[in-house]
Design a protein around this ligand. Structure first.
Ligand SMILES: NC(=O)c1ccc[n+]([C@@H]2O[C@H](COP(=O)([O-])OP(=O)(O)OC[C@H]3O[C@@H](n4cnc5c(N)ncnc54)[C@H](O)[C@@H]3O)[C@@H](O)[C@H]2O)c1
Length: 343
C-alpha cells in the first residue's frame, strides 16, 4: 500500500531524529540561528565555536533567547531548557567525530572556510556530509578545497533560521544529485519548505531573484522615477501582499498568465541591465553606513528608531511564519515532496 505524505514525513522525522548528531561550525549571527532551528525541530547538535569571541557567551545567550521566543510564540511546545540540553557547546573539532552531517557557517571568506574544512575533514569519517551556508561563493569552487569533494553541498539558510521556512540545498559539480535529493527531503522534516538547486549557479535561486529586484529598485531611484520611500512602499504592498503565499509562477497562474505574456513583450527590454554597483549604495557603504546597525543607511535611525525597527521585524517574522504555515505549508510540502519523488 502506498504511504501518504503524512506517513512518509513522520517516518522521515523519526529517521532524522534517530540519525544522530548534527555539527554546526561557526556561531555568529546565522550559526546561532541555525542551531536554534535544529534544536526546536528535535535534533541533537554539536555547536562548535571556532574563535574566541564566539566563546564569550554571545552565541549561547542568542540561542537561549531564540528558544525562549520560539516557545513563547508557540513554534515549539518544548521547554527551552530541555531543548538547550540537546546542544553540546565546544571549541574542539574532535567533538564533531560522531556527527552524520557538519554545517559550516563561518564568515564569507574563502581562506577561512577552506581552513575550517581541513579541520573538519581531519576528524570526521569519509561518509560524513559537509555543507556550507555561503551566500554567494559557488559550491563547485568550495568543493575543490575538500579532500572528498563528493561529500559537499550548499545548505543556504535565511535569517532568522528558526522562523523562516526557507532552505536551499545546492549541488556542486561533484555533489551526487541523489544525496542532494535526500537532504532536500530531510529538510522537510526540519520544518522547512526547501528548494533544490540541481546545478550550481552563482547566487543560487533566491539571491538571483532578489538582486534583480534590488537592481531595478536602484535604477528607479537613481534615475528620478521614484523616491526610496515610494519604491519601498510599492514593493511592500504589491509583491509583499502575495509573496509569502506563493511564488511568481503560481502568482501568474492565479492572476491570468496571458496578461503577463503581453506585458513581457514590451517591458523586458526596458528594465535595467546595469552591471556596476549602484552609486547610491556605494556612497553610503564607503562612508561606513550599515543601516540599523549604526543608524546610517538609506534612511537615518536614532538608537530608539533602530531598536523599534528591529523589534517590529522580529515580531513580524513570527507572525508571517504562522500565516504562511496556516495557508500553504501542507500543500507546498506535498508538491515539493512529490516533485522530488517523481525524479
Ligand atoms: N547574515 C545573514 O543573514 C546570512 C544569510 C545567509 C547566509 N549567510 C552566510 O552565513 C555565513 C556566516 O554569516 P554570519 O552572518 O553568521 O556571520 P557572522 O559575522 O555573524 O559570524 C561569523 C562567524 O564566523 C566564524 N569565524 C570568523 N572568523 C573565523 C576564523 N578566522 N576562523 C574560523 N571561524 C571564524 C565565527 O564563528 C564567527 O562568529 C557566511 O557565509 C554568510 O555569507 C549569512
Amino acid at each position: 500500500m502506498e504511504r501518504t505524505f503524512e506517513q512518509e514525513l513522520r517516518k522521515l522525522s523519526m529517521e532524522v531524529k534517530d540519525n544522530g548528531i548534527i555539527g554546526v561550525v561557526g556561531l555568529g549571527l546565522m550559526g546561532a540561528s541555525i542551531v536554534s532551528s535544529l534544536l526546536i525541530n528535535g535534533q541533537k547538535v554539536i555547536a562548535l565555536a571556532p574563535i574566541r569571541c564566539d566563546l564569550d557567551m554571545t552565541a549561547k545567550k542568542r540561542i537561549k533567547k531564540s528558544l525562549q521566543e520560539c516557545n513563547a510564540q508557540g513554534i515549539t511546545d518544548e521547554h527551552p531548557e530541555d531543548l538547550f540540553k540537546n546542544m553540546t557547546f565546544t571549541s574542539s573539532y574532535a567533538d564533531l567525530k560522531g556527527c552524520w552531517i557538519v554545517m559550516e557557517c563561518v564568515s564569507e571568506n574563502l581562506k577561512i572556510k577552506k581552513d575550517v574544512y581541513q579541520k573538519i575533514e581531519k576528524v570526521v569519517a569519509d561518509n560524513v556530509i559537509i555543507t556550507s551556508n555561503t551566500s554567494a561563493i559557488p559550491i563547485s569552487i568550495l568543493q575543490e578545497h575538500l579532500g572528498i569533494p563528493e561529500r559537499f553541498f550548499g545548505m543556504h539558510w535565511a535569517e532568522p533560521a528558526y522562523t523562516t521556512r526557507f532552505l536551499e540545498i545546492i549541488c556542486g559539480d561533484k555533489s551526487p544529485a541523489k544525496i542532494g535529493k535526500k537532504l532536500h527531503k530531510i529538510a522537510i522534516a526540519w520544518g522547512k519548505e526547501p528548494t533544490l538547486v540541481r546545478k550550481d549557479i552563482q547566487g543560487f535561486i533566491t539571491n538571483r531573484l532578489m538582486y534583480s529586484l534590488y537592481r531595478e529598485a536602484f535604477y528607479l531611484v537613481e534615475n528620478g522615477y521614484a523616491t526610496i520611500e515610494d519604491v519601498d512602499r510599492a514593493c511592500k504592498n504589491d509583491a509583499g501582499h502575495w509573496l509569502t503565499f506563493c511564488g511568481p509562477f503560481r502568482y501568474m497562474d492565479l492572476t491570468g498568465l496571458q496578461a503577463y505574456h503581453a506585458v513581457m513583450k514590451n517591458l523586458f527590454s526596458d528594465l535595467s541591465t546595469g552591471t556596476q554597483v549602484p552609486k547610491l549604495i556605494d556612497d553610503i557603504a564607503k562612508k561606513g553606513g550599515n543601516g540599523v546597525f549604526n543608524g546610517k543607511g538609506f534612511y537615518d535611525y536614532t538608537t530608539e528608531e533602530a531598536k523599534a525597527w528591529e523589534e517590529a521585524f522580529e515580531k513580524f517574522a513570527f507572525d508571517i511564519n504562522r500565516l504562511s504555515t496556516k495557508y500553504m505549508a501542507e500543500t507546498a510540502a506535498i508538491s515539493s515532496y512529490n516533485m522530488s519523488e517523481k525524479e
